[in-house]
Design a protein around this ligand. Structure first.
Ligand code: CMC
Length: 429
């Protein structure tokens, strides 16, 4: 019977230590006993960017990046994308099981009750500059919600917590749509709770009075699938931000705003915007080989390619690529598609990308669909933030209820000056 332990010999002292292995990991604090002297703080691990550190135990999302598997609560992403609705998936992420028909109906009704925002939230949004980035507006407005619901700070009261869950999921589409209307200089459209979650969002985006806006069926289908695919992705940068900030026991609106800020960056949720800018910059099929050569020389990255976890085709990208054809069949092809397909064709054969296991990720094709649906590029990260909100709060709740968790506080390796005396201004060089 093999021992579930790891034996470590410290060659500095010749001492040997045995530490337990659990779920294929060792507890980093078990390393602290490894010391060269009594005053030594003890051994730590150095892991910038958390390349090999599990920061939590989770039962929400499973990824096997080597083979390209993504499951929410055990259900393959492909099956969820084909058979469920976004709100059904949000329920699954939050409560652990797929809802029954009555549970889903009551969940949808509960979320719908919370789609409206306080009039002063609207006024806050109106105060942004006419050309404010919608993601900046989204982040700030979500943070501002904490001032409207001060009871949200009672995070260990399950009823209060669930109320904020409903508010967040219900209100983020409204805030998102208001940010879009703002940059377009159009009046904000209030929620219409006779519509489905997705229809209501699209109506708040695109309705212009008469004739009544009819949500194209393919748009509803596409957005539903895209929202499902974006709902969670375990310990990514923004979810880690949510857990980290939430570990200080701040209210969920402030933590969600922090997560959304992390999502805004071009290496995370801003990547689909960056993909379209890259496709625009390439301009035509004939320029693709030149562009690939530049990337290989280190002059920029092939945006929408590569992933910290997937070393195979991102399963979400497969679903999205197929969906792109369904959308383009109705909207007409996005002319950038052929550039994207050519980039993918070359990259999947090219030694540079093959060796580094760089495959298309979720962002490679999603921007093309969003653009075909009329969303402006700067709005793409907001479209990511709406569904990811359900993932963020699922992780936030899991973190709060996990007895292993405490306030997040990494260590550092201090390499600065030793103690030295203050130098008066006149003596400084
Ligand atoms: N184009 C060209 N080379 C790349 C790319 C790329 N997109 N991604 C990684 N590499 C190279 C990188 O230069 C490095 O090469 P070398 O070993 O010679 O130095 C090697 O591959 C490993 O890269 P890394 O930066 O160490 O990998 P990482 O795990 O830190 O980064 C990543 C992951 C997603 C930030 C990165 O692949 C990237 O910048 N991709 C482009 C941005 C993008 O599409 N982001 C969306 C991610 S998926 C959605 C989301 O999570 O929000």
């Amino acid at each position: 019977m093999p021992h579930e332990t790891l034996t470590i010999t410290d060659n500095r002292t010749g001492k040997t230590y045995e530490v337990p292995i659990s779920h294929g990991t060792i507890h980093s604090t078990d390393l602290r006993q490894i010391k060269v002297s009594d005053t030594d703080f003890g051994m730590m691990t150095y892991d910038p960017a958390f390349m090999n550190t599990a920061s939590c135990k989770s039962t929400i999302t499973y990824i096997d990046g080597d083979v390209g598997i993504l499951r929410y609560r055990g259900y393959p992403i492909e099956q969820l994308a084909e058979h469920s609705s976004y709100l059904e998936v949000a329920y699954l992420l939050l409560y652990g099981e797929l809802p029954t028909a009555p549970q889903l109906a009551s969940w949808e009704a509960e979320v719908q009750k919370h789609t409206f925002v306080h009039e002063n939230v609207k006024k806050i949004m109106e105060a942004f500059r006419y050309d404010a980035h919608p993601m900046g507006m989204f982040i700030s407005t979500v943070a501002a919600l904490s001032t409207f619901y001060p009871e949200a700070s009672r995070i260990f009261d399950p009823e209060v917590r669930n109320k904020q869950v409903l508010r967040l999921i219900g209100k983020v589409p409204t805030i998102a749509a208001f940010s879009y209307r703002h940059i377009k200089g159009m009046p904000y459209i209030y929620p219409n709770n006779d519509l489905s979650f997705i229809q209501n969002f699209l109506n708040m985006m695109y309705s212009i009075g008469s004739p009544r806006y009819e949500v194209p069926a393919i748009f509803e289908k596409a957005l539903n699938i895209l929202f499902i695919l974006h709902a969670d992705h375990e310990q990514n940068c923004s979810t880690s931000a949510m857990r980290n900030v939430g570990s200080s026991q701040v209210d969920p609106y402030s933590a969600t705003a922090a997560a959304a800020a992390a999502l805004y960056g071009p290496l995370h949720g801003g990547a689909n915007e960056a993909v379209l800018k890259m496709l625009d910059q390439i301009g035509s099929l004939s320029k693709v080989p030149d562009f690939i050569e530049k990337v290989k020389k280190g002059e920029g990255r092939l945006m929408g390619f590569g992933h910290r976890v997937y070393k195979n085709y991102d399963p979400r990208a497969k679903v999205i690529k197929k969906l792109a054809y369904d959308v383009f069949a109705v909207t007409g092809t996005n002319p950038k598609l052929e550039i994207a397909l050519e980039l993918e064709r070359i990259a999947l054969e090219d030694e540079y990308f093959v060796k580094r296991k760089l495959y298309p990720n979720v962002d490679f094709y999603s921007g093309l669909i969003y653009q075909a649906m009329g969303f402006p590029m700067e709005f793409f990260p907001v479209l990511f933030a709406i569904p990811r909100t359900s993932g963020w709060i699922s992780h936030w709740q899991e973190m709060l209820l996990d007895p292993d968790q405490k306030i997040a506080r990494p260590r550092q390796i201090y390499l600065g000056s030793d103690a030295r005396d203050f130098v008066p201004m006149a003596k400084r060089r």
